[in-house]
Design a binder for this molecule. Structure first.
Ligand code: NDP
Length: 287
């Protein structure tokens, strides 16, 4: 008779509303399988009204961690025992991990972007100038991490001025970067001294794959770094247009995998198999 079998699995997952189309389970399950870990990633539809009891639930069931997506990233802060400094500046948490009984909030989105920038585009953001299209959640996490990593200048380009001003103020209050705002009501050009350009809007996301940000693409210089946050399709029109002008490009799939890999490490303590995770998502998006 076997005496050491455990049928219990370690649980992690994501709360969202809606959440059905969130693909994170695909890369996490591939990672657990690849490392032979008895872990499960659950995609859970939790309404805003149920967030508090949902978090009580993960405490009660001993979840090892959790991702948060729309609309929970901001509201969840009040239910945590601690929030990491960068996530506190952003005012948004996308990952919860445990320290014993304590639930700690982190934000891995911007960190995933930084890892792609450093490892794949070989760029250190310290002392560089960035132009960021958008001022929503993705722009917020990316610009905070860039500024904390020593970026010298950040220009936020956005349609909605109120939203952009909030982000500009937040960056000025909490970081040393020189931050400016440009209103986006017509085609925008990339200034000559910009080292990195980021599309942090939802323009080009599947199924609207023909959409392009209103940008004078002729102002993209050869050798500059151009990044897109859109993970699906991985090679957006924006990425292709930048590549055609000789830019070094980063796609949103890399960022998605890296932010997941950082969460994976926080939960399991193990280095995530990033190639396995990326292949799993590529297969999912092309299927
Ligand atoms: P938000 O809704 O918070 O922000 C969307 C931003 O896009 C706003 O600044 C909005 O401008 C701008 N925008 C949308 N449509 C247009 C348009 N037609 N013209 C000009 N500006 C536009 O979304 P998030 O920041 O949370 O997400 C943005 C994208 O980032 C999503 O597609 C998401 O998939 C992706 N993402 C990718 C991640 C990754 O790991 N790869 C991680 C997180 C997000 P305005 O303020 O004027 O409305």
């Amino acid at each position: 008779m076997k005496t050491t079998t455990s049928y219990r699995e370690e649980l992690v997952g994501v709360f969202g509303f809606p959440v059905d189309e969130n693909p994170t389970v695909v890369m996490m399950d591939a990672a657990f399988q690849s490392l032979g870990l008895p872990w499960r990633y659950l995609t859970l539809k939790v309404s805003p009204a149920d967030l508090a009891v949902g978090i009580q639930g993960i405490r009660a069931m001993g979840f090892r961690g959790l991702n948060l997506t729309i609309p929970h990233k901001v509201e969840v802060l009040q239910y945590l025992d601690e929030v990491n400094a960068d996530a506190r500046i952003m005012g948004a948490v996308n990952t919860i991990y445990r320290d014993g009984e304590r639930l700690i909030g982190a934000n891995t989105d911007g960190k995933g972007f930084l890892k792609a920038l450093r490892d794949d585009a070989h760029m250190d953001p310290a002392g560089r100038k960035f132009m960021i299209l958008g001022a929503g959640g993705a722009a917020r996490s990316i610009s905070v991490e860039l500024a904390l990593a020593g970026a010298a200048e950040i220009e936020i380009v956005n349609r909605n001025e109120t939203r952009a001003r909030e982000l500009v103020d937040l960056l000025r209050r909490n970081t040393k970067a020189q931050v400016t705002f440009r209103e986006w009501n017509s085609e925008v050009s990339v200034p000559e001294n910009v080292d990195g350009l980021v599309n942090a809007t939802s323009i080009g996301l599947y199924p609207n794959i023909e959409e392009l940000p209103s940008l004078n693409f002729e102002t993209i210089r050869s050798g500059m770094v151009v990044c897109d946050v859109i993970p699906n399709p991985p090679r957006t029109r924006f990425v292709k247009e930048a590549e055609a002008r000789g830019a070094i490009t980063l796609d949103g799939l890399g960022m998605l995998v890296y932010q997941g890999a950082i969460a994976f490490k926080l939960w399991t303590g193990a280095d995530a198999p990033v190639d396995v995770m990326k292949q799993a998502l590529l297969a999912e998006f092309s299927g």
